[in-house]
Write a protein of this length. Structure first.
Length: 562
């Protein structure tokens, strides 16, 4: 019979998904459709393609499959599929600026309530619900469910736990360090017989490698990496770019043109990637992801080059024993804190990062309060950085600065509804203006001209957004931190010689925001100083930064002491 399991399995193995869908939808009597068959129909639709139409149809199948039986293995598998496919639909809607059916979030949370024990004990189910909480910007619940499985062998869990705790003040640097050292044990050490030996490079040029999954979509990392790729001596260095993303776009193409060799490694397993890279005899290799993105720390655990350095992508320790160095500056890591980072710290002379700047002509814009007759604060940081402490602090500022507004815009795939509810509970929702994500980067930069004073997030500071604001002449008020990722704002403002924009604590942060708002003359003066200083500062001095950067690499290669 066509509905027999063996026949459908044969069709599935032959990838005849349309035929399976036709049989289930049209040839099997409705009263004979069990949970497994309905779930299979949804899976087949996804395997044909993940168009919006197919995603919606699959979600409907998975819902029906789960509700048909609820507690059977087939129904529970359908529930997991329902959640994951719903989040795939959310991501697609976000990318295409389309509305996502928000009631699906509530539906999923109701299913969670009915199956709490399952989500707390079954890792794939926990991973599915974590996707939901991430898109709802519910970091507390992300951390809660990650904690259930922090001792598993799955490195993804611990990487995500470390990363998400960086957005909260509950973990100090010692806790991050302890977790990172635990992460070091999660990655396998492969038998040296399976991979080629590390060999010395006999070329006169030093082979430098960069590993990243983020050389795409004008990602933040690209603006800092480009600084060094545009300013290196090709007679002394040969640069390799190892791309770990399946997505290639115009940004990727441009970067490939900047280096000697680019190699895609996203489809290579660990041993294949290690073999490929070791055979190229790289002298110094950089990890530009840490625990973020589509990280490849397992490659560095098995040593790709004699010298391995963490830089730019993750502003904290990786915990990996084989990661030799971490690039920082004296503002972000104090000398008496070095034992809280597993890597040896390389201190750049001014700032750990330097922005390559933008093609748009730099122009001085008048502060918007002159036309608005009120102060406009702003933050274009990733919404994940806007935790409850930040919301409460910003809400206090909005209440104390009469008629003030706060413009928010994030670029991550997330729903802003929970974020806005928190502002509403602080009675400041009417002061919040939410901007949609815009792919046109020129329009994105222009939106900074509507901000009088940018408010930095904490403890995870903005980096790229702070460079953007300063480029556009907008002051960024930040707060002192306790580790690398919470002191980025300090380093940026110190290198800009704007110590007056660094608050001692939350109370001082509020007072400084009020004081600047109530003194337009001083605010105008600050904006003018920033416009005049920015390009002359280490923030955008690409030649000075690159010289320092490559001199350090030469010294490392020559085994000079830092």
């Amino acid at each position: 019979m066509k509905e027999s399991a063996s026949f459908l399995k044969k069709l599935f193995d032959e990838k005849k998904y349309l035929e399976i869908i036709n049989i289930i939808d049209n040839e099997i009597e409705k009263d004979k459709l069990n949970s497994g068959l309905i779930n299979l129909s949804g899976v087949c639709k996804l395997l044909i393609n993940k168009s919006k139409n197919n995603l919606v149809k699959s979600i409907d199948d998975f819902r029906k499959s789960y509700l048909k039986e609820k507690n059977t293995p087939n129904a529970l598998e359908a529930l997991k599929n329902f959640i994951n496919t719903s989040m795939d639909l959310f991501d697609l809607c976000f990318s295409e600026n389309q509305e996502f059916p928000k009631e699906i979030f509530e539906e999923i949370l109701n299913y969670l309530e009915d199956n709490k024990a399952l989500f707390e004990k079954n890792e794939p189910f926990a991973q599915a619900i974590i996707r939901v909480f991430k898109r709802r910007l519910d970091t507390d619940n992300v951390i809660k469910y990650l904690n259930y499985f922090k001792d598993s062998d799955n490195a993804d869990i611990l990487c995500s736990l470390i990363y998400n705790n960086c957005f909260q003040s509950r973990w100090n640097q010692k806790k991050i360090f302890v977790a990172a050292k635990s992460l070091n044990t999660k990655f396998p050490l492969y038998d040296e017989k399976e991979i080629p030996k590390l060999e010395n490079n006999n070329d006169k040029r030093i082979n430098i490698g960069f590993v990243s999954a983020d050389i795409r979509d004008n990602h933040s990392v690209t603006y800092f990496l480009k600084t060094v790729l545009l300013n290196y001596d090709k007679q002394k260095f040969k640069i390799f770019l190892f791309l770990n993303s399946k997505k290639n776009d115009e940004t990727t193409k441009n970067f490939k043109d900047l280096v000697d060799t680019s190699i895609d490694i996203h489809e290579l397993n660990d041993i294949e990637a290690i073999t490929k890279i070791r055979n190229l005899k790289i002298d110094i290799i950089f990890d530009m992801m840490g625990v973020t993105s589509d990280y490849r720390l397992a490659l560095f655990k098995n040593r790709l080059a004699p010298i391995q350095i963490s830089w730019c992508g993750f502003c904290n320790t990786t915990g990996i024993d084989q990661m030799d160095y971490l690039i920082a500056d004296k503002n972000v890591i104090k000398s008496n804190e070095e034992d809280l980072y597993s890597e040896k710290i390389i201190y750049l002379s001014n700032i750990w990062n330097c922005h390559v700047g933008f093609k748009q002509e730099k122009s001085e814009y008048p502060p918007p309060y002159k036309n608005n007759n009120y102060i406009t604060f702003g933050s274009f940081n990733n919404f994940k950085k806007i935790n409850d402490e930040v919301i409460n602090t910003w809400s206090t500022i909005l209440k104390k600065v009469k008629n003030s507004k706060l413009i928010l815009k994030g670029s991550s795939k997330a729903s802003s509804s929970l974020l806005l509810k928190k502002f509403e509970s602080n009675n400041v929702l009417s002061s919040i203006k939410l901007l949609p994500f815009k792919k046109n980067f020129k329009n994105h930069l222009i939106e900074y001209t509507n901000i009088d004073l940018a408010l930095d997030t904490f403890p995870y500071n903005g980096v790229t957004t702070s460079f953007e604001a300063i480029w556009m002449g907008v002051p960024v008020l930040t707060i002192k931190g306790y580790n690398f990722n919470s002191r980025c704002g300090e380093s940026i403002n110190k290198n800009l010689k704007m110590q007056n924009l660094i608050a001692e604590n939350k109370e001082d942060y509020i007072l400084k925001a009020i004081k600047l708002s109530e003194n337009p003359v001083n605010l105008d003066k600050t904006r003018k100083e920033i416009f005049e200083k920015a390009l002359l500062s280490p923030l955008f001095n690409t030649n000075e930064f690159s010289n320092n950067f490559f001199n350090i690499l030469k010294n490392l290669q020559n085994k000079d002491c830092l």
